[in-house]
Design a binder for this molecule. Structure first.
Ligand SMILES: *Cc1c(COP(=O)(O)O)cnc(C)c1O
Length: 367
């Protein structure tokens, strides 16, 4: 048996006719930029998340960069970010001429450690970017209160958390701005790059819409110096189809996660990542912690045709790009980077495939 980490073809085959029809329609329709499907998707996605506005942009990195820019923070302001995120959260902050302050995560959930956040707030802190990594969240009520108490902006990086909840509210509705990626492998993925920004703030939305469309709302009237980052019409039409299936796919991911948990329950060599109370996750990734012999396990599984990946092997502050921060010690993030392993996870993964993965993990550890 070959178990791919992700098999997008299975998803495509399950919605092939609908997708093909929409693609042909868009190709015949010739409205490739700022077409109707983009507006429709923006409306549908705003409604799905529960914000007043949604703006489609080129990708999740641009969503972060443009979203941060809309906040109009003084140059050099401090931005608190967890150190175990994908690098885009950091690069988009740096490109806005802001100073990153890395925070640690809670060992059990691997989500932002709010005690550490509170310790790291200074008079220069203006923004907290929380990343709903793996499709989970931290205690969002407490985080919102910390931001209120200290007059800080909150931005949610929802690139891995489309459709997840905290306290019966969708992730992406807690911050001033929330950003999404539609990279093909995400829970809601396009057939190329794509991203979106959600907000309830009309002023931010109007600015971002202009800025991402070369500074203009009306063609050739450039009110500000903008840039070009728009969600393609073709990608929007694909996302319009897929959005109808997102809740179903997320529920399937939760079911797969429960099966993994049940099968691995008695193996004391691994720990399954914990979910914060009141969070309904969407398992963009299913991550386990392995305290010994991780590299040997990876090889053992690979020899048996089972793909696994580490998200992420190098914490942001230890990357070459952020060499200024290399000497920092962010305890749990560093510890976890040597223990984490993501197992195959997608809605179309079959139960017998999960059983095969777990059997092999149990055989390896003899647990
Ligand atoms: C995927 C991802 C991004 C970047 O999205 P792109 O669409 O690839 O630019 C940003 N943040 C996180 C946490 C991600 O997982």
């Amino acid at each position: 048996m070959k178990i791919k980490f992700l098999d997008l073809n299975r998803q495509y085959l399950s919605i092939k006719n609908e997708i093909n029809e929409k693609l042909l329609h868009e190709i015949n329709n010739n409205q490739f930029i700022n077409g109707t499907a983009k507006n429709t998707f923006e409306e549908n996605f705003a409604k799905y998340i529960g914000t007043n506005y949604c703006l489609g942009v080129g990708n999740g990195t641009d969503a972060l960069e443009i979203g941060i820019k809309a906040l109009n923070l003084p140059e050099g302001s401090e931005v608190i970010i967890q150190a175990n995120t994908f690098i885009a959260t950091c690069s988009s902050t740096t490109h806005n001429n802001l100073k990153i302050v890395f925070a640690d995560v809670d060992y059990k959930t691997m989500m932002l450690d709010l005690d550490d956040v509170e310790r790291k707030i200074t008079p220069n802190t203006k923004l907290i970017i929380v990343v709903h990594l793996y499709g989970q969240s931290c205690d969002m009520d407490r985080l919102v209160n910390i931001c209120k108490k200290n007059s800080l902006n909150l931005l949610e990086d929802c690139a891995q958390s489309h459709g997840a909840y905290y306290n019966n509210k969708k992730l992406g509705t807690f911050g001033d701005i929330s950003t999404f990626s539609f990279y093909p492998g995400k829970n809601l993925g396009a057939y190329g790059d794509g991203g979106a920004i959600c907000t309830n703030n009309l002023e931010y939305y109007t600015y971002m819409k202009k800025y991402s469309n070369l500074g203009s709302i009306v063609k050739y009237q450039h009110e500000i110096i903008g840039r070009n980052s728009r969600l393609d019409t073709i990608q929007s039409s694909i996302l319009n189809v897929k959005l109808n299936y997102l809740d179903l796919w997320n529920q399937k991911r939760r079911d797969k996660a429960e099966l993994y948990k049940k099968l691995l329950l008695n193996c004391d060599k691994i720990e399954i990542n914990e979910i914060e109370n009141s969070c309904i996750p969407v398992y963009h990734l299913f991550v386990i912690k392995i305290k010994e012999k991780r590299e040997e396990l990876i090889k053992f599984l690979q020899d048996r045709n089972i793909d696994t990946i580490i998200h992420y092997p190098i914490p942001c502050h230890k990357t070459q790009a952020y060499y200024d921060y290399n000497n920092l010690n962010i305890k749990n993030v560093e510890l976890l980077s040597n223990q984490i392993l993501s197992l195959p996870m997608y809605a179309e993964l079959e139960d017998k495939e999960i059983e095969y993965v777990c059997e092999n993990i149990i055989n390896f550890f003899k647990c």
